[in-house]
Design a binder for this molecule. Structure first.
Ligand code: UDP
Ligand code: MG
Length: 152
């Protein structure tokens, strides 16, 4: 049985600089994913230390944090059937050169350090990441006239 899940997406500073915010958001909309939360905001050092804690020992950690703070990012919470795995499928592998054609990273990028988008990779991380970046009052549950066609 497919579960309805929520997942956290960040459109990174390179997506903003390259005018790809709409292009990427459109892909999620067309899939039928429901936008539950959406905002532009500046990431803090504290947030990045937690968000990328699994990379703290890597040589690129400092550069990654600097990059993520270049400009505000767009935070998006998406809801849909198996949304966590589906969104990861749509963004593609971390290294754009290894990502499948048709994914955001393969179609619009070539460099692992500027791969345009973040998306949660597990049920546990999705729950933590949504809470990390969105207050309860910034999330919206609402019906859409298309729900019956999208969710079955
Ligand atoms: N990253 C990098 N160099 C690397 C590996 C990762 O700059 O060799 C960056 C890249 O922007 C990536 C982020 O660190 O998206 C987080 O890495 P993770 O392994 O969590 O990949 P993701 O979940 O973003 O696919
Ligand atoms: Mg990750």
């Amino acid at each position: 049985m497919a579960d309805v899940q929520r997942t956290l997406v960040l459109l990174k500073p390179d997506a903003l600089q390259r005018d790809l915010l709409g292009e990427i958001l459109t892909r999620f909309e067309r899939k039928g994913l429901k936008i539950i939360g959406l905002k532009l905001f500046q990431l803090s050092d504290e947030q990045l230390n937690v968000h990328y804690a699994h990379l703290a020992e890597k040589s690129f950690f400092a550069d990654l944090k600097t990059f993520m703070k270049h400009t505000p990012v767009v935070g998006i919470v998406l809801e849909g059937m198996e949304a966590i795995a589906e969104v990861r499928k749509m963004i593609g592998s971390t290294n754009p050169l290894q990502a499948d054609a048709g994914t955001v990273r393969a179609d619009f990028s070539m460099n692992v350090s500027s791969n345009l988008v973040h998306a949660s990779d597990s049920v546990e991380n999705a729950a933590e990441e949504v809470k990390r970046f969105f207050k309860e009052e910034e999330l919206f549950a609402y019906a859409k006239i298309t729900d019956q066609y999208i969710f079955g």
